[in-house]
Design a protein around this ligand. Structure first.
Ligand code: S3P
Length: 204
């Protein structure tokens, strides 16, 4: 694989995917590899609001959260090229999705249900997962969101193991995409065009 330095990144790289897919962890490492700044939209929303996402949901509701999320992501997309990890619901918002499509390269970090459950189980800070049985909720969100996430420019499968494996996959996929004539890029292992059929629990 060519070195990170050979990759000219001309647009912000936006990571999308469900809660627990590893967007922040992988995004941070990808940014380091590419020599870019990393920013996490959820952190920026909390900073702008002066409270946690849970508190925003509690005090103002999900609609207000989505409005703030859209504003923050649009602002971040207007900054210098960087790697941006977004919250799992952001790409479902038509306005946010259009802004990402227009100004960035989107990468869906896809994960199966068991991996999402394992990862989200480590922390108890996601309001949507407190509304009932996390497995059922995540399964429902996968059915609802994965067809929309599939509109991303690139899809990369999140590996259940050391983050380096997924980071390498993502780096190769981004490089391939950026090198391609129309941004389509060549196929690389475990990183396929976003319209490929979801694997594992993704399709159930
Ligand atoms: C949400 C995902 C969360 C956060 C909020 C809502 C969602 O971000 O934005 O709790 O709708 O999927 P992560 O995907 O980073 O956990």
């Amino acid at each position: 694989m060519p070195s990170a330095k050979s990759l000219k990144v001309s647009r912000t790289i936006v990571l999308i995917g469900l809660m627990g897919a590893g967007k922040s962890c992988i995004g941070r490492r990808l940014a380091t590899l590419l020599g870019l700044n990393f920013v996490d939209a959820d952190n920026e929303i909390e900073r702008a609001a002066g409270c946690t996402i849970e508190e925003i949901f509690e005090r103002h509701g999900e609609t207000a959260f989505r409005d703030g999320e859209r504003r923050v992501i649009k602002r971040l997309l207007g900054q210098a090229v960087q790697v941006l990890a977004t919250g799992g619901g952001s790409f479902m918002d038509p306005g946010t999705r259009a802004a990402i499509r227009e100004q960035a390269v989107s990468v869906w970090l896809r994960a199966d249900l068991n991996l999402l459950l394992k990862r989200t189980g480590r922390r108890n800070n996601r309001p949507l997962l407190k509304r009932g049985d996390p497995r059922a909720i995540l399964k429902h969100l996968m059915a609802e969101r994965y067809p929309v996430y599939a509109e991303a420019d690139i899809v990369v499968d999140s590996a259940d193991g050391p983050p380096e494996v997924t980071v390498e996959r993502m780096h190769a996929a981004v490089e391939s995409y950026l090198a391609g004539p129309a941004g389509a890029g060549a196929a690389v292992p475990d990183a396929r065009p976003a319209n490929a059929h979801p694997e594992g629990d993704a399709g159930r």
